[in-house]
Write a protein that binds this ligand. Structure first.
Ligand code: URA
Length: 197
């Protein structure tokens, strides 16, 4: 973790951070991954979204949230006027994950793996400097808020690294539990309201 902290702090730009992560050799997950998945979308976006880890499709593509969960994510944010392909920071979305490498069989990243990569994530947030952060799922809650229990945390603003954080259910969870989409919609409206006030 100490080494991760040093490498992250030494990166002056997002591009340098991407290179520092790709060169970081202390996380076992890297050995089984095809790509270091860094981010997608507009780095100057007012909203930054943080997921868990790449799945099979993300690992192959080298981009976060390109599979089924990612398609749902895109539809959800399109509904409040935000898109990762927008060139305008006001309506753009910037997306990353806690882990840049796919865990074997898509298992949850361990607490140790999350702790090891969190200095990179904190630096990523600092360099992107979003106004608001959305964390989806328990892994991202653990990394930013030090807590899990997304069904209780969702829908209420929290704070991490000096920025407002909205916890939401993960889109992969919403695919399995469509009844939870109502709550996710309420959370999205809350994010939209805070962006426009
Ligand atoms: N789930 C995530 O948390 N992140 C991805 O990039 C894809 C699926």
């Amino acid at each position: 973790v100490e080494e991760a902290r040093r490498a992250a702090a030494a990166a002056p730009t997002l591009e340098a951070l991407r290179e520092a992560m790709a060169a970081y050799d202390h996380c076992d997950l890297k050995r089984g991954a095809r790509n270091t998945v860094f981010s997608d979308g507009h780095p100057a976006a007012r909203l930054m979204l943080i997921g868990e880890a790449p799945g099979r499709e993300e690992d192959a593509a080298g981009r976060p949230f390109v599979g089924r969960a990612g398609q749902l994510l895109d539809r959800m944010f399109a509904a409040i006027g935000l898109s990762r392909t927008s060139p305008d920071a006001e309506t753009a979305l910037y997306i990353t994950n806690v882990m840049p490498w796919r865990p074997p069989q898509n298992r949850d990243p361990s607490a140790e793996e999350v702790a090891m990569m969190t200095p990179f994530l904190a630096r990523h947030v600092e360099l992107a400097a979003p106004d608001l952060i959305v964390v989806t799922g328990n892994t991202a809650c653990a990394a930013l808020l030090g807590r899990t229990g997304i069904t209780r945390l969702r829908g209420r603003w929290a704070e991490a690294w000096g920025r407002p954080v909205m916890p939401m259910c993960h889109p992969a969870y919403l695919l399995r539990n469509p009844e939870a989409k109502r709550e996710a919609w309420a959370d999205l409206l809350e994010v939209k309201a805070r962006l426009t006030r």
